[in-house]
Ligand binder design. Structure first.
Ligand code: BTN
Length: 253
């Protein structure tokens, strides 16, 4: 960073009206030589992508934003980056939601919930470029005015919670809060501070949960998150485990 410049000044933004996916746009720019720290937003996506290959319905009125980072940290620090983004989204939503409403919380690893219903999803994807650089794209979808029909999990949108802001207004908060969180994260060196803030915003710590892994489900008590962003589970009649990836369901069986 050049002397006298603030960290937030390192980030740029390109707003599109329509694209297939803002994540795909970021990768295309990276392949064309983009140096990173670029946000791409779109008013509408025609091929929005969710986690596990699911589509992300992307009508006008919600926020669709992706941030391209190039080589954001050493590979061993990368696991905490999605959690840092969830914290940035959480702080942006806290600024637009009225006080006294249903609880705003983060669900491991990086969904943001209002009243235990999903209002934001984050899809992080990474690719090596031909010159060996690593392009990391964090795509964020926030339900403002629309939510999916027939979802597989409970969903909500900001307009149901007295926060009918525009996608542009919400993006301005997201831009600022994400820069602030990434400055603290400091290429992974500040992960402990991020994790402490993440734990304070997390839902379900201490509760019984079921975690769906690719090959099976395990249930137990959710005891916390370690400083790598792994979920800590005391498995029923089994060991304590640190889990890197999975889908969490509260309650369990
Ligand atoms: C999830 O399944 O929870 C993650 C959803 C991520 C959706 C966002 S919208 C902006 C960006 N572009 C995409 O195609 N996906 C992400």
């Amino acid at each position: 960073m050049r002397p006298g410049r603030k960290f937030i000044d390192e980030f740029r933004h390109e707003g599109l009206d329509e694209t297939s996916s803002t994540n795909i746009e970021c990768f295309a720019r990276a392949k064309a030589g983009e140096t990173g720290n670029l946000w791409v937003t779109a008013a509408r996506q025609t091929g929005g992508r969710g986690r596990r290959g699911r589509p992300w319905v992307s009508e006008r009125g919600n926020l669709y934003a992706s941030l391209l980072l190039i080589d954001p940290s050493a590979p061993e620090q990368m696991g905490s980056l999605p959690l840092a983004f969830a914290l940035g989204v959480y702080r942006a939503l806290r600024t637009v939601l009225p006080t006294g409403g249903q609880p705003l919380e983060i669900k491991w690893p990086n969904d943001v919930l209002i009243g235990r219903k999903k209002t934001c999803g984050i899809l992080m994807e990474a690719e090596f470029l031909s010159d060996g650089r690593r392009a990391v794209v964090s795509g964020i979808g926030i339900n403002i005015a629309h939510k999916p029909d027939n979802p597989a999990y409970p969903v909500t949108m900001l307009s149901e919670h007295g926060a009918p802001c525009s996608p542009d207004e919400l993006f301005a908060h997201l831009f600022r809060e994400t820069a602030s969180v990434l400055e603290i994260w400091n290429r992974g060196q500040g992960v402990a501070e991020i994790m402490n803030a993440w734990r304070a915003a997390a839902c379900g710590i201490g509760e019984r949960i079921t975690v769906n892994l690719p090959d099976r489900s395990i249930s137990g008590r959710f005891t916390g998150i370690d400083d790598n962003g792994f979920l800590l589970l005391d498995e029923d009649d089994g060991p304590s485990r640190a889990i890197a990836a999975g889908d969490v369901f509260f309650g369990g069986t």
